[in-house]
Ligand binder design. Structure first.
Ligand code: HEC
Length: 145
């Protein structure tokens, strides 16, 4: 093979490589449909006490921690092997700026093309809608920065 051939092979390999890095780095979580975005968390903030957090925290630990981490920073034990990384909920403003209905939608239905599977009613994990809202209240209480 001549030098030109080798250079063009190297160039294609580099392009392939940058395309895959770009695809992962460039991933944008899809935006929930309007009816989800308009949803309000039915939990009264006054009800989010120690017992509430303990119970929602148990569910988080069982189903979410391995990816999103104990502290919600996306550094769970399974995160390393995942290409599109689990969301870091502790990023400043994240929990404030994201509509609860957005979080609800992703937890219930998953994020297509990522390791974030659907957890809602009828799935293998079968988390109820009430439990999803409880998880969201837990995340606000523990991870918001
Ligand atoms: C197998 C790993 C894994 C597990 C387990 C997991 N997640 Fe995720 N999660 C992800 C990944 C990866 C993303 C990023 C998805 C994206 O960027 O589209 C994500 C994204 C999210 C988001 C971001 C939604 C948004 O719009 O910003 C929320 C909320 C979320 N997960 C909540 C949970 C909750 C609650 C649980 C437990 C019931 C859970 N996740 C379990 C991997 C996981």
């Amino acid at each position: 093979m001549n030098a030109k051939g080798i250079i063009s092979i190297i160039a294609s390999l580099l392009m392939l490589l940058s395309a895959s890095v770009f695809a992962a780095g460039d991933h944008q979580t899809a935006t929930a449909p309007e009816d989800f975005l308009a949803m309000e968390n039915p939990n009264d903030p006054d009800d989010v006490d120690d017992d509430f957090l303990k119970s929602a925290g148990k569910l988080y630990k069982r189903k979410c921690k391995k990816c999103h981490g104990t502290d919600g920073d996306g550094q769970g034990s399974a995160a390393e092997d995942i290409e599109i990384k689990p969301t870091d909920f502790t990023v400043a403003g994240y929990m404030e700026e994201r509509a609860d209905g957005q979080l609800f939608w992703i937890i219930k239905e998953g994020s297509e093309g990522t390791e974030m599977e659907a957890f809602g009613p009828g799935t293998d994990v079968n988390v109820s809608e009430e439990e999803i809202w409880n998880l969201i209240s837990f995340m606000h209480a523990k991870f918001a920065n």
